[in-house]
Design a protein around this ligand. Structure first.
Ligand SMILES: Nc1ncnc2c1ncn2[C@@H]1O[C@H](COP(=O)(O)OP(=O)(O)OP(=O)(O)O)[C@@H](O)[C@H]1O
Ligand SMILES: [Mg+2]
Length: 372
């Protein structure tokens, strides 16, 4: 297969999905590739399954994809089997798009029917558009219609992923109301055509950023058609460390870097992120919170940057100093005042730990080179 930077989940985890399918004995909702129980096992991971993959009997490990509250994932899956659409809401970088991709891959085997909501999204992106040159030459005919991802999802009984729905202007959001209640897209330009009706299995997984709620609130009509599932920041440290370890190792492998981060370095990175985010150190020192959200996703990004740095400019070993130097890009974005948060953290927390611990000493040194 041709090399690509990132494959969709249904390709990347094809063996896992196939193993689950072969072992799936539970009832499935119409047009679902897997039963709800198997979808849950795919998202949360489980013990290895025996399966025949490409003609060979093997054991396939089902890795955990989404970390957090298990009941939240259950609720999301149940919603997708119902009349209502699913809205995943949360802070940036909490894994909303990640969860939505995996749910779509497991449920309908296709996570690529996506509409990205922006201020420029129009009703045509949600319904259909026309190949203008051919319409001018031949008039509006069914072959000249360009279906949107929603139309394709309806025709196939698949899931549509709608990313960042609250970035769309209200008029465009309203186009979804008719789509969700009638489960049909009418094509008035084609006389006598009854439009496209959704097959069973069609539903929508939307995501919205809680920081942007104010940009364009969902209209009341649309709110009623969605079940909301709030995705919180990961509450406990051990779980967050596991996400950072797991995801950074995957990314590092993608970039052909031989060495992943050691556990003490992952722990330091997670600790720094959590303490600054919560505005409180483990010893109980209060800290200024920066204006940026220090999400788990940002921590994963810092881990990858540090690994690339160590690979190309260092000896391959990721130290706490390199981490500290890359942390600044996550912490200080628009507001230069956020530099003060990092300075304060280094003085009040990291320096105090530097005495006995090599990693914290290196962290302080690294931070001082960027803070001056
Ligand atoms: N709870 C989690 N479990 C597993 N991975 C997570 C979790 N939280 C964050 N991640 C990781 O963080 C990265 C970014 O997540 P994602 O892009 O889905 O965030 P998002 O919530 O959609 O953010 P945004 O609102 O900015 O679009 C992904 O690589 C994902 O693996
Ligand atoms: Mg997202």
């Amino acid at each position: 297969m041709d090399e690509v930077l990132r494959r969709p989940a249904e390709q990347e985890y094809a063996a896992e999905l196939e193993a689950l399918r072969q072992n799936d004995q539970d009832p499935r909702p119409s047009n679902w590739q897997l039963s709800p129980r198997a979808v849950l096992a795919y998202v949360l991971g489980r013990k290895p399954l025996k399966a025949k993959i490409a003609g060979k009997s093997t054991e396939v490990a089902i890795r955990r994809k989404f970390f957090g509250d298990d009941t939240l994932v259950e609720r999301a899956i149940v919603t997708l089997a119902s009349e209502r659409a699913l809205l995943l809401v949360g802070e940036p970088g909490t894994g909303k798009s990640w969860l939505s991709e995996h749910l779509a891959a497991a449920i309908c085997g296709n996570s690529t029917l996506v509409i990205q909501g922006t201020a420029g999204t129009t009703e045509e992106h949600i319904k259909y558009s026309w190949n203008i040159a051919r319409v001018i030459a031949e008039g509006p005919r069914a072959e000249n219609l360009i279906p949107s991802p929603s139309m394709v999802a309806m025709q196939r009984g698949a899931l549509l992923r709608f990313e960042e729905i609250t970035r769309c202007v209200p008029d465009v959001q309203d186009a979804l109301v008719s789509l969700l209640s009638d489960k049909r897209i009418a094509i008035p330009e084609l006389p006598g055509d009854s439009g496209v009706a959704a097959r069973p299995g069609f539903n929508i997984i939307a995501t919205a950023n809680s920081r942007d709620q104010g940009v364009n609130q969902l209209s009341a009509a649309l709110k009623r058609r969605f079940n909301y599932v709030h995705i919180p920041l990961i509450a406990d440290k051990a779980t967050e460390m596991e996400v950072v370890r797991e995801r950074s190792a995957q990314l590092i492998a993608q970039y052909n870097i031989p060495k992943t981060l050691d556990t003490p370095i992952i722990e330091l990175l997670t600790t720094v992120f959590r303490e600054i985010r919560l505005g409180r150190s483990e010893e109980g020192v209060s800290l200024k919170s920066p204006s940026t959200t220090l999400s788990t996703a940002e921590a994963i990004g810092v881990a990858l940057d540090a690994a690339l740095h160590a690979r190309y400019f260092g000896n391959g070993e990721v130290g706490a100093g390199t981490l500290a130097r890359h942390l600044i890009g996550s912490l200080v974005k628009e507001d230069l005042a956020d530099l003060a948060s990092l300075k304060e953290y280094v003085t009040l927390v990291a320096k105090k730990r530097a005495d006995g611990a090599k990693h914290w000493r290196e962290f302080v040194q690294g931070a001082q080179t960027v803070l001056g």
